[in-house]
Write a protein that binds this ligand. Sequence first.
Ligand SMILES: Cc1cc2nc3c(=O)[nH]c(=O)nc-3n(C[C@H](O)[C@H](O)[C@H](O)COP(=O)(O)OP(=O)(O)OC[C@H]3O[C@@H](n4cnc5c(N)ncnc54)[C@H](O)[C@@H]3O)c2cc1C
Length: 379
Amino acid sequence: MPQTPTADVVIVGGGLIGTSIGWRLAQAGLRVTVVAGDAEAAASRVAAGMLAPVTETTFTEEKLLRLTLASIGMFDDFATEVGTASGLPVGLRRTPTLSVASTADDAARLGMLADYLTRIGLESERLTSRECRRQEPLLAPTIRSGLLVGGDWSCDNRLLWAALREAAGRAGVRRVDGAVGRLELAGDRVVGVRLSDGSGIATDQVVVAAGAWAGQLDLPLHLPVRPVKGQILRLDPAGLPQPGLTVRAFSQGAEVYLVPRESGHEVVVGATVEDLGFDPRVTAGGVYELLRDARAVIPMTAEYTLAETSVGYRPGTPDNAPILGASGIDGVTLATGHYRNGVLLTPITASVVAAAVLDGALPDVAAGFTLARFEERER
Ligand SMILES: Cc1cc2nc3c(=O)[nH]c(=O)nc-3n(C[C@H](O)[C@H](O)[C@H](O)COP(=O)(O)OP(=O)(O)OC[C@H]3O[C@@H](n4cnc5c(N)ncnc54)[C@H](O)[C@@H]3O)c2cc1C
């Protein structure tokens, strides 16, 4: 009879979140198996890679902002550690992000964001049209105003993810293809996972890191995670000048961002935000709007090669913040719901969720992000 393999911890989902947690736990000496799921579908592959706590924030997300700021504070060391452990590049760019506005209404909107940032004590520099173009010469002359944020960086999420997988493998993480069909429970305690192909892995610790699919897992609890579709483009400047900074824009009421890579071969243009469930279609309208808005901000993009169109699913939650820590089932820890900040939140998630598995307690910095906050709301 074939033996059922055992693991100290099984991680459900091998995106940035699952892989980084697995790596941290293997570093602590645990035998870790990551059941990876579908790499092509992972948001970690599709994302733009902005590390932008400040320009990504909104007026209603101050609690999340504290977590994203803590994570950007860890990013430099994290990237260096992943790079050293894997021997691979991670594509971190420590260049500022420039948010710009096109019309008077767009400028008013950007001005409100700037006021808010000042009020909560975050640093940003207001720029005139001319100052914007001095920072980023490829900008359209129609740009009215801007906001320069030195601490909002970017990284090539595909490079980071590949490097993390390598680092995790070198630390002893076993990565298996396929999907977890269900968790095996004995009473209210987990004793293993059953994969969709019928095979099993015995374990008394499971971390759910299944991204936008977490809400679909067969679990005796309700996870309020939904897929929020995003269409996104990759342009290749093909030898033409590319922007030096990440540029985000309010353009004629729409929002668009352009994220250049160090290689000079990729500018990511994103992204639509569509509450359509798992809808894999790249639509003519989605691509049209992204290209139109990108060209309005940086006219040169019209000359670039359209290298890739893709769709990804942000793991959305009711308050746009992740769900971390205890699930209510003994031995099952949650690490999902990272919505539009999962790349940025990778270092802090890996650290706090690994601590929760190892010590049985979630560090204070993440205390407000457990599943319990939604259960309390429902009561
Ligand atoms: C268009 C777009 C742009 C984005 N831009 C940014 C950005 O600029 N900056 C930023 O910080 N974030 C960004 N994000 C968000 C970020 O990509 C996500 O928050 C992050 O990648 C989530 O990582 P994850 O590992 O939780 O999920 P994923 O990367 O989606 O990985 C989850 C994995 O779990 C697998 N899985 C699912 N079910 C099972 C199962 N039953 N068994 C085993 N495996 C399973 C899936 O197949 C998948 O491979 C963007 C997202 C999108 C869609």
